[in-house]
Design a protein around this ligand. Structure first.
Ligand SMILES: *Cc1c(COP(=O)(O)O)cnc(C)c1O
Length: 373
């Protein structure tokens, strides 16, 4: 039985909505479906301002522009993350200061942030890995004490909560992804959430090539002009039409993913005892948005062996991330200390297949195969 790592799921209405967008003859950015998506997020999660972008990467790049990151400014973030988290700030000339992960979870260890703060620190960018919340009370407390901005890389954190409050609503800014590997997809796609009222106007300007075009369309100015540094970050309404179809089915998609996640958690519960392989942990302050199910092997050799064992049985397991502080691009620029928890997750973490259309047979086969390993 073949089990791919991921299979993008279409809810069925995507092409119908795309046809509606096309028929409306307004297929550039900020058309009807973009507005519907913005409203969906602003109403459901009480985000102050939502702006669809072409990717989460773009939303993070917008964030770096919005915070006016300058050459030499320092941004604190985990090393165990996707490259875009760091790239966005490096593009503006920032120095990245990497903090270690928690021992129990790949998320940034909030207790290791304060010692990394210097007079040049401008922002903390946290990543809610696997949709599990970072310790936001502690992180916001540190940010307030030192007057720092907080950006949430919420790429994996749709429909996730910290102490009952939606992730993406804590930081001054937050970035979501709708890449086809995430829970809710539009192929490529993302969203910037602006929670700091003072940044909303500027966010609209940056997203519209540095012009005050949005204000012009609202009739607030009588002509639009080049008023700031910006770029083109807004997606076509065709993308938004696809996304809106997915958002309408959010609860159904989440319920099925939760079912698969719980089958795994139950079926694999003896792995720690039998093989020394760790299961995912969810702190009491976090919900579980079931973005991914991962295992933490004892070491690199065991992980390689497990991936190979499953591959020979047509199950595709995938590992990530290679620590950014050790990457070919950044290692020579990195001046910080060792990050042992980051290195451990980088060597030992492996993700299991988890997608909407997984059959009960596939789920059972993955569990059985891993237990036999
Ligand atoms: C997927 C992901 C991104 C990038 O999202 P895109 O929409 O593909 O640009 C950034 N950060 C994290 C943590 C991610 O998982």
């Amino acid at each position: 039985m073949k089990v791919p790592f991921n299979k993008p799921y279409m809810v069925g209405k995507e092409t119908e909505y795309i046809q509606q967008a096309v028929a409306s003859l307004k297929i550039s950015g900020d058309g009807i479906f973009t507005k519907k998506c913005h409203e969906f997020f602003e109403q459901k999660y009480a985000f102050k301002k939502c702006l669809l972008t072409t990717s989460c990467t773009d939303a993070l790049e917008m964030a770096a522009l919005l915070l006016d990151i300058q050459v030499g400014d320092e941004v604190i973030m985990p090393s165990y993350t996707f490259v875009s988290t760091a790239n966005a700030f490096v593009l503006r000339g920032a120095k990245i200061v990497f903090a270690d992960s928690q021992a129990q979870h790949p998320n940034i260890d909030a207790e290791q942030i304060e010692v990394l703060i210097t007079p040049r620190t401008k922002a903390i960018c946290v990543v809610h890995y696997a949709g599990i919340a970072c310790d936001m009370d502690r992180i916001m407390e540190i940010a307030q004490k030192y007057n720092l901005y907080v950006v949430e890389d919420a790429a994996q954190a749709i429909d996730a909560l910290y102490k009952g409050k939606p992730l993406g609503s804590f930081g001054h800014l937050a970035a979501f992804s709708f890449h086809e590997t995430k829970n809710i997809i539009s192929g490529e796609g993302g969203m910037l959430v602006v929670n700091d009222e003072k940044l909303i106007k500027q966010a609209e300007i940056i997203r519209e090539k540095g012009t005050n075009r949005s204000a012009f369309f609202r009739g607030e100015v009588d002509k639009y002009n080049w008023v700031a540094l910006g770029s083109s970050f807004l997606p076509s309404d065709i993308i938004a039409a696809f996304l809106f179809a997915q958002l309408e089915s959010l609860e159904r998609i989440q319920a099925k993913r939760k079912y698969i996640w719980e089958q795994y958690a139950q079926g694999l519960q003896d792995l720690p005892k039998n093989k020394g392989i760790g299961l995912p942990t969810v702190p009491a302050y976090s919900s579980n948005n079931v973005h991914l199910f991962y295992l933490v092997c004892k070491d690199l050799a065991q992980r390689d062996a497990l991936i190979l064992y499953c591959k020979e049985r047509e199950i595709n397991l995938v590992f990530h991330y290679l620590s950014l502080h050790k990457s070919p691009f950044y290692s020579s620029k990195y001046e910080g200390g060792k990050l042992p928890n980051t290195d451990r997750f980088s060597d030992c973490l492996v993700r299991l297949p988890l997608f909407y259309e997984m059959t009960d047979q596939q789920i059972a086969y993955v569990i059985e195969t891993i237990n036999q390993f």
